[in-house]
Every structure is written in C-alpha cells, then in structure tokens.
Design a protein around this ligand. Structure first.
Ligand SMILES: [Zn+2]
Length: 324
C-alpha cells in the first residue's frame, strides 16, 4: 500500500467504494462520489474467467478494487475446487481514471479500442498536477490494451457472452466502448454516462454524443453501470441529451460574436443543469462545441490543455477538485 501523504483532506470523508451485484456474476464497483478521477469499474465473474471493466486512477484505488474483486471471486468459489481464473481487462476509453491501474492487474489480457491503445501509448500515465489538485498517484506504468478492435468484439466469461462495442463515432472520446451483457441486460457505458454529472465531450464530440446515447437506449438495458455515479437505468441519458442540445444552441449563438469559450461560459445561465456536478465542464464542452461550429470534425484534435486551463480559470484560478 502506498503512502497517503498527498491525499486530499476531504478524501477521507468520502464513503468507501462498494461492490454492487447487478445480476448473477455481474458487479459494479462504485466509487463515491464519482467526481473527477473517481470512476466506476465492473466485474463479470465466472469460474474460469474474470472480466474487469476498467481500472482506477491511482495505485491505492486500483489495489483496493482488486481486493474487492478477489473477495467476490473467493465468495463465488465457496465449496468448489479452487481455480485461478483467467483475467481480462477491458478499457471503456483511454482516460487515466479508467486505465492508469491496468499495470496492476497481474497477468491480465488488456482489451480496448485501437484508438484507446494509441492514446494510452501517447499520453502515458497522466499526472495532471496544477490542472487538478495534487494526489498520490502511486507507482504506475502505462499498460495500454494489447488486444484491440475497431467495431465489436465478443468475449466469454465461462459461457456468458459480453459484447464489446465501439459506439461508431467520437462522443466522450474517440474510443468509447460499451460492454453489454445481453443475457442479463446489463450495460457498462464508461463515461458515455455520468449519473448526476455534467457530460464531458472536450476530447470527443458534441455532434457524436447523441448517436452514442441512441446506442445506449436502443439496447434497452435494465441496469446501467455508468462511468461515474450510482448504478442507474437508461433514462439518465435523457438529461445528458438535453444538456448537449443546450450546449449546441449556446455554441451556435456564440458563433461570430468573437467571444472565447471561457467568455461565453461566464455569461451562460446553466439553469437546471447547474444542479449537475462539475458545472466547470461547460468551458471544455464549449471549446469542443464552438470548434465543431467552425467545422472541426468529431474527435479531431483541439487544444485540450488550453481548454483545461480555461476550466481552471473558470474555477477562480484554483486547480479542479481531485479526491482520487
Ligand atoms: Zn473519461
């Protein structure tokens, strides 16, 4: 276990992560409060195979998650011969809160979209001190997916099929993958869904996001494990859709005014969307939305560091809260 000397004082007030059984053998690992860099993961557990959906941002959080996974595996193996199941990790996208811990899942086959591999290789372990509050990331090394796909890949946990699907467009990022368990109608969405949080499309697309939301809704999942926030149903995409339409309209109205995304954000009345956590994401979202108004295509590069710096400016010049 690593030192906690850099932990945020408020981090100790967060409730501990919980393992939630969503269906037989299908679990959400929910990390309160779902804020910046505090993601959900998931487990699909069989006797011969274990699939882990994403890892965590820090060494400490990932090790705690692996202890929770081991506890589930041990509980399910009760009374039966002990086997060491094959371990698979699928990354829902390249962001560090979902991939930094890959290196700690010993012996795992790491799966993801081809562009997820590219991004993790390019970015390495991101320690965004200055943009976010400093935390103890621990000992981490980049471990990008080494089994990759473009459109879809089925993996089997014993005989239970898990369908990995790219959403077909940039949305939250360029490489968003959903993990769908059709037998139990459970969907792991990664950050295509933030339950209770503001959508964040700076590294993806405003125009592509409704397409991704349609993909979620078409599956008619009974249980949705979002990338952040509590386990929910598919109705949460409705709020995100309304926010994105509001974002689109705001960007269109700003086009030609000469205002920067930060200046637009400072004038916007978020209305009921102010109740979503992380309203400062508006600034990054406007960077993407206004670029798309100028012809930038979904997922094309934008000045991410500049946009994140504007989010810090919007936050009164303070680094964004990070309790990871
Ligand atoms: Zn993300």
């Amino acid at each position: 276990m690593t030192s906690t000397r850099h932990d945020h004082p408020l981090a100790h007030e967060l409730p501990p992560p919980r393992t939630v059984e969503v269906a037989d053998g299908v679990y959400a690992y929910v990390q309160p409060d779902g804020g910046w860099w505090i993601n959900n993961t998931g487990f699909v557990v069989g006797e011969r195979t274990v699939l882990c959906v994403d890892t965590c941002a820090t060494e400490r959080r990932t090790r705690a998650m692996l202890e929770a996974l081991d506890a589930v595996v041990a509980a399910r193996a009760r009374g039966r011969s002990r086997v060491h199941p094959a371990r698979l990790v699928v990354n829902t996208h390249h962001h560090g809160d979902h991939t930094n811990g890959n290196c700690l899942v010993a012996g795992a086959t790491v799966i993801g979209h081809a562009l997820c591999r590219q991004e993790v290789q390019a970015l390495g372990i991101v320690r965004p001190d200055g943009l976010w509050e400093t935390v103890d990331w621990g000992e981490l090394a980049p471990a990008p997916p080494f089994v990759t796909f473009e459109h879809a890949l089925d993996v089997f946990v014993d005989d239970l099929r898990v369908e990995l699907r790219h959403v077909g467009t940039a949305a939250h990022t360029t490489n968003d993958v959903m993990a769908w368990v059709p037998e139990h109608r459970v969907l792991f969405t990664g950050d295509l869904v933030f339950n209770g949080g503001t959508p964040f499309v700076l590294m993806g697309s405003v125009a592509g996001s409704p397409v991704a939301q349609d993909r979620v809704a078409e599956l008619e999942p009974e249980g949705v494990v979002p990338g952040h926030g509590e386990v929910c149903g598919p109705e949460v995409v409705d709020v995100a859709g309304e926010y994105l339409r509001f974002l689109q309209t705001t960007a269109e109205q700003a086009a030609g005014t000469g205002l920067t995304p930060l200046e637009v954000a400072r004038q916007v009345d978020l209305g009921r969307f102010a109740a979503l956590s992380h309203p400062e994401r508006l600034v990054g979202n406007l960077h993407r939305a206004m670029a798309e108004c100028r012809g930038t295509r979904p997922g094309d590069p934008v000045d991410v560091v500049g946009a994140l710096s504007d989010m810090v400016a919007f936050n009164g010049g303070r680094p964004l809260t990070c309790l990871a």
